[in-house]
Ligand binder design. Structure first.
Ligand SMILES: *[C@@H]1O[C@H](CO)[C@@H](O)[C@H](O)[C@H]1NC(C)=O
Ligand SMILES: *[C@@H]1O[C@H](CO)[C@@H](O)[C@H](O)[C@H]1NC(C)=O
Ligand SMILES: *[C@@H]1O[C@H](CO)[C@@H](O)[C@H](O)[C@H]1NC(C)=O
Ligand SMILES: *[C@@H]1O[C@H](CO)[C@@H](O)[C@H](O)[C@H]1NC(C)=O
Length: 360
């Protein structure tokens, strides 16, 4: 009869909440009494203990997994996160600080030096090559160039994210790679190199991983167009024997600028509109990230702008230098064959300002 009572009370106990089980079991045991029963309920105690333990382990794993997928894209970052993320290692900043652990080498004494991830978005012939050489003249900045010029790397978002994972883990090697004390790492990404095709996924990736965006735009899209035409011509019939997109001497620049393209005015307005549209779409697409818009013209005119860029990247500011020389300089009339025609096409349109002679 006592055993029956015990069984009954146990059944009742079973219906209680999981968390309360241990306490209830203790109560049940007290009311039941008897040596045999105590031994039997010991089994129950053990069972409940295992249950609670299993529950705890499960919850623990669930949390780790959740963190894994919500905040980090690779186990690598979970690792780096736990190792260096102490208050003494984190400086005051409004951007995410990372502590990558490269697979191919050790970061040595800089293992706990925070790294800032960035990307430069731009369009061809907007001065991004020159801008990047300036950044790479800084000892703590590694900008690896147009890595997505290679089609295989931008087949789909999977290949894109794998490429970026490797780059941001400091496992990418190019002439721009610095030493283990790199404090800012990134790339130059032309909008037509898959950046807009997968903009939703890429924006989410940038945001998730705390990657800052530098957006380099050329205001005077007419001069950009002239640069495109001249560059395309030189690609076909290299003026200096071999085709070059960027030059390092005044003579070379002069030689390239000796070719004066003729601007097709029929589609001129449309072309300029199109550039503006692409820029605006991209700005909107990547607006979810920490973003700095830089105009090429400002960089040329005000060296102070470069200080702002370095501040944005969180590196100690210094004077940056580039060996690249500007190809097309001076008034429009010296750059194209049909200046009058272009003037007529753009007068009284919103692009009229591009005709100004002093524009860089
Ligand atoms: C960063 O943290 C590590 C481990 O806690 C410590 O050894 C190191 O001195 C710290 N570095 C800095 C720059 O504070
Ligand atoms: C920049 O690089 C130099 C040379 O490698 C290193 O000594 C210094 O600690 C780095 N500075 C930062 C802020 O990472
Ligand atoms: C992405 O492209 C790679 C390389 O072509 C291919 O192996 C992979 O299956 C593709 N993944 C998806 C999700 O389409
Ligand atoms: C980005 O979005 C904010 C509002 O969310 C807006 O105020 C800002 O103008 C946008 N910037 C660009 C460049 O589109």
């Amino acid at each position: 009869m006592v055993a029956k009572d015990w069984l009954f009370s146990q059944l009742e106990c079973q219906t209680q909440q999981r968390v309360e089980r241990a306490r209830h079991n203790a109560q049940c045991m007290d009311s039941a009494g008897g040596r045999d029963l105590r031994r039997a309920s010991l089994g129950w105690k053990f069972f409940v203990l295992v249950l609670i333990g299993a529950c705890g382990i499960y919850m623990c794993f669930a949390r780790v997994n959740q963190r894994n997928f919500q905040q980090f894209s690779s186990t690598q970052e979970v690792l780096e996160n736990s190792f260096c993320r102490t208050p003494s290692n984190l400086s005051l900043s409004d951007f995410a600080q990372h502590f990558p652990r490269p697979l191919t080498y050790q970061r040595g004494i800089c293992i706990c030096t925070p790294v800032h991830y960035f990307v430069i978005f731009s369009m061809q012939r907007s001065g991004s090559g020159w801008f990047e050489t300036l950044l790479n003249s800084h000892p703590n900045i590694s900008s690896h160039g147009e890595i997505f010029i290679v089609k295989d790397r931008r087949q789909n978002f999977t290949t894109i994210s794998h490429t970026l994972d490797k780059l941001y883990n400091l496992d990418w090697f190019s002439s721009s790679a610095k030493n283990e004390c790199t404090a800012a790492v990134g790339l130059k990404w032309m909008l037509n190199q898959g950046a807009m095709d997968y903009h939703t996924e890429i924006a989410a990736y940038l945001r998730k991983r705390g990657i800052s965006v530098l957006f380099l735009i050329r205001r005077n899209t007419l001069r950009r167009l002239i640069s495109i035409l001249a560059n395309a011509y030189d690609r076909e019939r290299p003026i200096g024997g071999t085709h070059v997109s960027h030059v390092h001497s005044k003579e070379q620049a002069k030689r390239l600028a000796s070719y004066k393209p003729t601007v097709n005015v029929k589609y001129l307005n449309q072309n300029l509109e199109r550039y503006e549209e692409i820029s605006n779409n991209a700005l909107q697409a990547f607006n979810v990230t920490r973003l700095l818009v830089i105009f090429y013209e400002d960089l040329v005119k005000e060296p102070q702008k470069l200080m702002e860029v370095q501040e944005f990247l969180g590196v100690p500011p210094r004077k940056l230098e580039s060996r690249q020389v500007k190809i097309h300089t001076g008034p429009l009339s010296g750059l194209i064959t049909n200046r009058e025609e272009v003037y007529r096409a753009l007068q009284a349109t919103k692009f009229e300002g591009f005709l100004r002679e002093d524009d860089p």
